[in-house]
Design a protein around this ligand. Structure first.
Ligand code: PLP
Length: 376
């Protein structure tokens, strides 16, 4: 029996062919060919009017927030359950992240708690679609519309997810994606900035090129202080191959999540990524949150997975619990859920027998915990 990895990209002959072509021919007059094709194809697939390929999702967020004019004294509201990539750019711009609680069922930002934390300094609300689950975009967009605060979508984990027929990442003031090697679609490292706002796109385009505006004819003449968060043409070539296969990649993720749902029933206390009506879960990372009544802890789950030679990945720690931020234990769900949860392996080529092994390991761990609970 071999180790079960939690993620691993699916790279076929197609991506190899494009990458080889870019390596041999993608220079000189053709140095942007794959980049242009990737950006155009991605925007079209997503249903967004503008897109810009970046070196990472973190970079895309950093530039988007900068383009909105966010800086010292400003506040940005986001869920306490998040990867630090979503919060770091806020601090880098001199603004303050304001961490609010998540809903117990979707593990995404609680719109009511977000509203309670709006102040005159609030300059944006970030909706992170965690693990492929959808934020309640109706409530967030309504709040944004009512208060004039832009809603941003961090869709790094939600490629393929949909909210009432609209793709995650295409609904907010801007959206960001990650193509890190662990994500549903990969370019090794990489990201995408998307928006329907022409002016915002122009600003980010300029920022992304060290502040050199597209119309500027003077050479080496930055018009403002910018960034260097570009994707390379070779990475974009891999991206073009992955994009042609995106529906297949997402469908496989969804099939793996469905297989876990079938093996880990909710009536036995297993809460997996939900799919409320009107939402399509992107299923990037199947995750199980155990019912408190099961008496299972994260440490038990980690030990059981390790013993079964399965990658054990913890549910995100609340960001406010990290050393560079102030504790916000009042975010009860964000602080409690990780203590009885674990991410499940879900790479494209995993087999039914692997899914069985993961599910059996989980069920055994839960029975072990219950035996302990009963004995006390
Ligand atoms: C992966 C991830 C990011 C960062 O993506 P990079 O491409 O590594 O910068 C940002 N936000 C979330 C929610 C992520 O999961």
């Amino acid at each position: 029996m071999s180790r079960i990895f939690y993620t691993k990209p699916s790279i076929t002959e197609l991506e190899q062919r494009y990458a080889a072509d870019a390596t041999v021919n993608g220079w000189g007059a053709r140095c942007y060919d794959y980049l242009a094709r990737f950006e155009h194809g991605f925007a079209q697939w997503l249903g967004s009017s503008h897109s810009l390929a970046t070196s990472s999702c973190t970079g895309a967020l950093h530039m988007g927030l900068a383009a909105l004019g966010i800086g010292p004294g400003d506040e940005v509201i986001l869920a306490d359950t998040n990867w630090i990539a979503t919060a770091a750019p806020i601090r880098h711009l001199g603004a303050e992240p304001v961490f609010v609680d998540v809903l117990s069922d979707t593990w995404c930002i609680d719109p009511a708690d977000a509203e309670r934390h709006v102040t005159p300094r609030t300059r944006a609300i970030i909706a992170t679609h965690i693990y492929g689950n959808l934020c309640n975009m109706d409530a967030l967009l309504e709040l944004g519309g009512r208060t004039g605060i832009p809603v941003i979508e961090d869709a790094a984990e939600a490629i393929g997810a949909e909210w009432r027929g609209r793709r995650a990442g295409s609904m907010g003031a801007f959206g960001t994606f990650s193509f890190h090697g662990t994500k549903t679609m990969t370019t090794g490292e990489g990201g995408m900035f998307v928006t329907n706002d022409e002016a915002l796109y122009r600003t980010v385009l300029t920022l992304s090129n060290h502040g050199r505006a597209t119309g500027q004819t003077r050479q080496f003449w930055p018009d403002m202080l910018g960034f260097k968060y570009k994707m390379s043409n070779v990475q974009a070539a891999i991206g073009c191959g992955q994009l042609e296969r995106i529906d297949e990649l997402v469908a496989r993720k969804r099939a793996i999540l469905a297989a876990y749902h079938a093996r880990l029933p909710v009536n036995e206390g297993f809460h997996l990524n939900p799919e409320p009506s009107g939402a399509t879960n992107g299923a990037w990372m199947p995750t199980v949150v155990c019912d408190p009544g099961l008496g299972v802890t994260r440490e038990m789950l980690l030990a059981a997975f390790e013993a079964a030679d399965i990658d054990a990945r913890v549910f995100f720690h609340p960001l406010s619990s990290l050393p560079m931020f102030e504790d916000r234990p009042e975010n009860v769900n964000a602080w409690d859920i990780p203590r009885r949860a674990i991410n499940l392996p879900s790479y494209h080529d995993m087999e039914e027998a692997d899914i069985d092994r993961v599910a059996e390991t989980l069920i055994k761990a839960v029975r072990g915990a219950q035996a302990k609970v009963c004995a006390t």
